[in-house]
Design a protein around this ligand. Structure first.
Ligand SMILES: NC(=O)C1=CN([C@@H]2O[C@H](COP(=O)(O)OP(=O)(O)OC[C@H]3O[C@@H](n4cnc5c(N)ncnc54)[C@H](OP(=O)(O)O)[C@@H]3O)[C@@H](O)[C@H]2O)C=CC1
Ligand SMILES: O=C(O)/C=C\C(=O)CC(=O)O
Length: 358
């Protein structure tokens, strides 16, 4: 076994159907007295339900979370938290809402209690992102790691099937890249393989019946594991491409992960055969279908997009996307520099057309 460093990150996870019922207890364990509840505008009713449950321990509801945390929203939320004397933020929703909680915590140190309803995994990471003047800045700060996470599968039943599949693929992407991370370790690899297994089992079942609570539980369990991997080890080419396509070309976050993942995994496959074996074991395709093709099939068979063309990319932007991706690459097991330009351009072409990897 290679040398490794494993850093446990302290967060408390309360998991299970109906676990929202433990909210008051969990707020008390944080020694909080006034929680500001955050959500997107569309999930305001759910946030209000949480605030009603907290009664006098709720400072108010701030239902203005938006994708990629615009700095103006972050400032407004910070002011509101201060004005209301909040000593804790409860974020109910997906990565956008958790991200807003992180923006508050970064400045004020308020503890976050996250209640995820998508599979993006932000609740398990110390990674924050804020967008200012059209540019998204990301970084790591342990203050933004939610102290408590309540995973209640009942709350994700309302997530539309299409979003459930792409969000699940977003989670799988964290695990897949965690399996070949430069700073990877055996514990994260165990979590990554098990996370892929849980999601590969859950997504087809959710497609068949969106209120299948066992499948929703499996998916949330997988999201927890995959998010933990994202929070503990570095990501590589796939995440760089997605951040480029999302950040510079405005493509939707979970969909872009879904489309790019099979192509990025194909690009890296020969450099990291052990990781490929683990992805295949997780997907249940070992000995038959490659990791890249297995991921492509998982998306396509469950009705998710598999081509950049279908999610709004213009063919004329592929060259510029290639330049951005190779100009400041993340570490990757197969080198990505200007000499790899032609191979990255081909990867993006395959993603654009939705070509099934061999
Ligand atoms: N820092 C980190 O570690 C990470 C950050 N992220 C960031 O998080 C964002 C992506 O997260 P993601 O979760 O995909 O995005 P969102 O939080 O924007 O949620 C995605 C979609 O899910 C819908 N949704 C969420 N909950 C429900 C629900 N209960 N019922 C119905 N619909 C629901 C939202 O609808 P509606 O808008 O109507 O509420 C939205 O359209 C990106 O900004 C990404 O960069 C992602 C992963 C990790
Ligand atoms: O961009 C961020 O907010 C931070 C990380 C991610 O979005 C991870 C991902 O690409 O899913």
């Amino acid at each position: 076994m290679n040398e490794f460093v494993y850093n446990g990150q302290a967060s408390r996870v309360v998991f299970g159907v109906g676990s929202l019922g433990y909210l008051e207890r969990e707020i008390e364990l944080l020694s909080a007295r006034r929680a500001l509840v955050l959500s997107t505008p569309e999930q305001k009713a759910q946030a209000q339900m949480v605030a009603d449950r907290l009664g006098s321990k709720a400072a108010g509801v701030f239902p203005k979370a938006a994708m990629h945390v615009p700095i103006e929203t972050a400032r407004e939320a910070r002011d509101e938290a201060r004005r209301l004397g909040a000593d804790c933020a409860v974020a109910i929703g997906g990565g956008s809402t958790t991200g807003l909680g992180k923006a508050i915590a970064m400045e004020s140190g308020l503890p976050i209690l996250a209640i995820p309803t998508t599979y993006a995994g932000s609740e398990m990471t110390p990674i924050y992102g804020i967008t200012e003047d059209g540019l998204k800045k990301t970084g790591k700060d342990l203050r933004v790691l939610p102290r408590t996470v309540i995973y209640d599968p009942e709350l994700s039943v309302g997530l539309p099937v299409g979003l459930s599949i792409t969000s699940g693929m977003n989670a799988i992407a964290h695990a897949a890249e965690g399996l070949y991370a430069q700073d990877g370790n055996p514990i994260m690899s165990l979590m990554a393989e098990e996370g892929i297994r849980a999601l590969a089992r859950a997504l087809p079942a959710i497609r068949r019946r969106s209120d299948d609570i066992d499948a929703r539980s499996d998916a949330l369990y997988g999201a927890w594991l995959c998010g933990t991997v994202l929070g503990n080890v570095g990501m590589a080419l796939h995440h760089k491409l997605c951040h480029t396509l999302g950040g510079s070309f405005g493509l939707p976050h979970a969909e872009v992960h879904t489309v790019v993942l099979p192509q990025a995994i194909r690009f890296n496959a020969d450099a990291v055969p052990e990781a490929m074996e683990r992805i295949e074991r997780g997907l249940g395709t070992e000995g038959g279908i490659s990791a890249a093709a297995g991921l492509f099939d998982l998306a396509r068979m469950n009705g998710a997009p598999v081509s950049l063309r279908d999610i709004g990319m213009k063919a004329s932007d592929l060259d510029r996307a290639t330049e951005i991706a190779v100009s400041k690459p993340y570490w990757n097991p197969r080198e990505v520099d200007v000499r790899a330009r032609a191979a990255i351009r081909q990867l993006l072409q395959d993603a654009f057309e939705g070509t099934r990897p061999p």
